[in-house]
Design a protein around this ligand. Structure first.
Ligand code: FES
Length: 506
């Protein structure tokens, strides 16, 4: 970078640019697909950006159009600013939708209020419940504030190992406390009365989020055998966490199941009823660590597979998260690709569901060979300037091969095959948006489509169910789940290699 240019990082798409000093933000962002509804006259607020790092002094138009709280939180009107230093900005127009939950479930009514929180690496979803009626009284979703120290889980671990664990802990505890307080404040003019009624907060998340939030040393998670050395504390008072709340609510983090299988998966088991099922069913969470559970009311096995970040759009040439501008779906029509772009407009990249679709479409057109090799080409143009490269196909093979191998091996431990699975629940946002047909076409799910259930935010639903259960109940379910490290199984690498290929025909 020369002296006259500065770095500009844009979230949540994690785009990094080098821009000349003094360039108007409008000129840069317009080229990235950001719209300026009032033409950049400072009249509409449509171009809001949030300063995550760096400095943009409040302009007269910012002061006029934005609330004091928004200004203090770092929001500015992009059209009224130029680049004067290194910057990291979050774009309101690129907001990612965070998966909530509106499922109904049976419960035994209790007194007071409860809050369920799904603490994800990227996003956080929280709901405030009336424990008497089960009604959802408040909802908050947000990007995880830790994202300023790394978008994916491994960069978060790295930051923690380099002395940043306390900073990550402070960020997440503050953010969760703020979300809880905001939901309570919405109920009454002051939080005082309602905070006394808050009985319980249940948090679920992956093992890294658990360690950071609960203050457990993360170092053992970063080296073989990648297991926590101690379970760590899981129950706190709001005051322990620095939350400005009166009352004596219990804040509980559900226990993790093993190495990289967190309490979000335990919550998923509770949400899908896997632990009470007569038949054999599976739960899969497709992410950097693809977690798989197979079981029934007699026995449950879980594992995590190092799928790599392809499903999250990372390590893909033009990959990005499922935010505005991402190609999220690809279909073949008249021997050409038709792409759906999140938010409409020009495509800027390819997210996980688009990647799965693109490869399935390439297989359909026979532009991609079942071995994964591209036929007579090095890349596949999709839409606009967005391409699928041969390396991207390889990354997807690694990801889907690991997860498919995990599912196959766990199922085999029951003396069963994939055909014996009565249902496969796909958890999380990616599981919700992935095309089941494309997942079947690439060999990720080798079962009839009617057995595949997009299960939504099972982590949040399970956390809500846990609000009505004794801690001993979820502890008991957790203890019944056996954690297997499949990569230590001598047959793993052969099965993984087999599963990396694509089926020859649909
Ligand atoms: S584009 Fe309307 S305020 Fe910036």
């Amino acid at each position: 970078m020369n002296q006259r240019s500065h770095s500009l990082r844009l979230s949540p798409a994690d785009l990094r640019l080098e821009v000349p000093l003094g360039t108007r933000l409008q000129d840069i962002l317009f080229g990235q697909g950001v719209e300026f509804p009032c033409g950049g006259r400072g009249r509409c607020k449509g171009c809001r950006v949030k300063v995550l790092r760096g400095d943009l002094p409040i302009s007269p138009e910012d002061a006029q159009l934005l609330t004091k709280a928004d200004q203090a939180a770092g929001w500015r009107l992009a059209c009224r600013h130029s680049v004067a230093g290194d910057l990291e900005l979050e774009l309101a127009q690129w907001e990612m939708s965070v998966l909530g939950d509106d499922n109904k479930f049976a419960f035994v009514p209790a007194e007071g209020l409860g809050v369920a929180i799904d603490l994800g690496t990227t996003t956080i979803a929280a709901q405030l419940l009336d424990l008497r009626s089960g009604n959802v009284l408040g909802v908050r979703t947000a990007l995880n504030a830790q994202a300023r120290h790394g978008g994916d889980i491994m960069s978060r671990v790295e930051f923690a190992l380099n002395g940043g664990q306390e900073e990550l802990q402070r960020l997440v505890r503050d953010q969760l406390g703020q979300m809880v307080i905001e939901m309570l404040n919405e109920l009454k003019p002051t939080a005082k009365g309602t905070s006394q009624q808050l009985i319980r907060v249940v948090i679920v998340g992956n093992t890294v989020m658990h360690h950071i939030c609960c203050g457990v040393n993360i170092a053992p998670m970063a080296a073989y055998p990648f297991e926590p050395t101690q379970p760590g504390r899981v129950r706190f008072s709001p005051q322990d966490l620095g939350w400005q709340l009166s009352g004596d609510a219990s804040v509980e983090f559900l226990p993790c199941l093993g190495g990289f299988v967190g309490s979000d998966i335990l919550a998923g088991i509770m949400a899908t009823g896997l632990h009470e099922s007569r038949g054999l069913i599976a739960l899969m969470d497709l992410g950097t660590n693809g977690e798989v559970v197979v079981g029934n009311r007699e026995r449950m096995l879980c594992t995590s597979t190092a799928a790599g970040p392809a499903f999250e759009g990372a390590r893909i040439w033009m990959g990005m998260r499922a935010a505005t501008g991402a190609i999220s779906a690809v279909q073949v029509e008249n021997n050409a690709f038709t792409c759906r772009v999140i938010g409409g407009g020009e495509p800027r990249g390819l997210c996980g569901s688009g990647l799965v679709d693109a490869v399935a479409a390439g297989l359909q057109l026979e532009w991609i060979h079942p071995s994964g090799r591209m036929v007579n080409r090095k890349e596949m143009p999709l839409a606009g300037s967005v391409l699928l490269s041969a390396t991207d196909v390889r990354e997807l093979q690694l990801a889907k091969g690991a997860i498919a191998a995990g599912l196959r091996m766990l199922t085999a431990k029951f003396g069963a095959s994939l055909e014996d699975l009565e249902q496969i629940h796909l958890a999380g946002a990616f599981g919700n948006y992935i095309s089941r047909a494309s997942a079947q076409r690439i060999g990720l799910l080798r079962v009839p489509l009617d057995r595949v259930v997009p299960a939504g935010n099972t982590a949040l639903l399970g956390a809500k169910r846990a609000l009505f259960e004794k801690a001993a109940t979820w502890d008991d379910i957790g203890k019944r789940v056996e954690h297997l490290a499949l990569n230590e199984d001598p047959s793993f690498h052969d099965i993984y290699a087999e599963e990396m290929g694509f089926p020859s025909c649909a």
